[in-house]
Design a protein around this ligand. Structure first.
Ligand SMILES: Nc1ncnc2c1ncn2[C@@H]1O[C@H](COP(=O)(O)OP(=O)(O)OP(=O)(O)O)[C@@H](O)[C@H]1O
Length: 259
């Protein structure tokens, strides 16, 4: 039997313009008897840069692994662009690109060839010409076009991280999820990363969720802050709300961790 127009429309999840891009609802994750995440909820609006912070072992990577569908929560859900990562991972995955842990590339291949290879995984890049074109675009976005034809083994850590972001951009997702992308970078690398993330927001309208221990950096780029402590969300709000009258994100963070 043919579905009516209304029935067809009802089946399609149409993200509302005002709907947050990321909705994390009561996510709980246990491993054996340990609770790694306990009822974590927060939202991220489109076009925001959201910083995820918390002390070592707080549960940030675990939450990012749940968000990217690498592990399933015991309860709760993550919606990205209205699609459930738990129930409809493929549709949700089309909405985000991620660097979780260090991106892995073949060191003896060039940056461009690595990306060409990874572009094969993207259903929206069906033919070789489309893939090559998109690879050119993402290399330009991350300012790696001049070094794209050199082998990855000759790249600095900062260049590898930028190549990782280029990989995350291949499918032109709305959201980028970056787990500690500044780890191990020198001051120039950190600055280039900061400028890139701000360009992604301002020039391309991307939404970014970034975890980091570099509070000065997060203070410079984030609109929203989420703090996790011992698996629980202890703060979610604007950068200004978080800093309050503490003067800096670092002071505000230390205060929250010690009281
Ligand atoms: N598969 C697992 N089995 C048991 N415990 C785990 C597992 N994965 C993570 N943990 C524990 O869960 C806690 C949270 O880890 P997680 O890596 O999410 O923290 P994090 O906030 O990202 O820390 P860091 O800032 O050090 O990267 C840690 O105590 C970790 O040892």
């Amino acid at each position: 039997m043919q579905a009516t127009q209304t029935e067809r429309e009802n089946r399609i999840v149409i993200p509302q313009a005002e709907q947050p891009l990321v909705e994390i609802g009561n996510v709980t994750k246990r491993v054996r008897r340990r609770t790694l995440l306990q009822n974590v909820s927060f939202t991220v609006e489109r076009g925001e840069i959201c910083g995820l912070l918390g002390p070592n072992g707080a549960g940030k990577t675990t939450l990012i692994r749940v968000m990217t569908g690498l592990i399933r929560p015991d309860s709760g859900d993550v919606l990205i662009g209205g699609r459930s990562v738990v129930r409809d991972r493929q549709a949700a995955a089309a909405q985000f690109g991620a660097i979780v842990e260090s991106p892995i590339f073949f060191p003896y291949m060039t940056g461009r060839d690595n990306l060409d290879n990874l572009a094969l995984l993207h259903p929206n890049l069906p033919d070789r010409a489309a893939r090559r074109q998109r690879v050119r675009e993402v290399l330009e976005i991350v300012r790696m076009d001049q070094r794209a034809d050199e082998r990855v083994k000759t790249y600095s850590l900062g260049m590898k991280q930028r190549l990782g972001i280029a990989q995350a951009l291949l499918g032109d997702p709305q959201l980028l999820i970056l787990d500690e992308p500044a780890n191990g970078l020198d001051p120039m690398g950190i600055r280039e990363l900061r400028e890139l993330i701000l360009r992604l927001k301002h020039d391309l309208g991307k939404t970014v969720l970034i975890s980091s221990h570099l509070l000065d950096e997060l203070q410079k780029i984030c609109d929203r802050i989420v703090v996790i402590r011992e698996g629980e969300r202890v703060f979610a709000g604007s950068r200004e709300e978080m800093i309050g009258d503490h003067g800096s994100l670092e002071e505000a963070f230390v205060e929250r961790m010690t009281t």
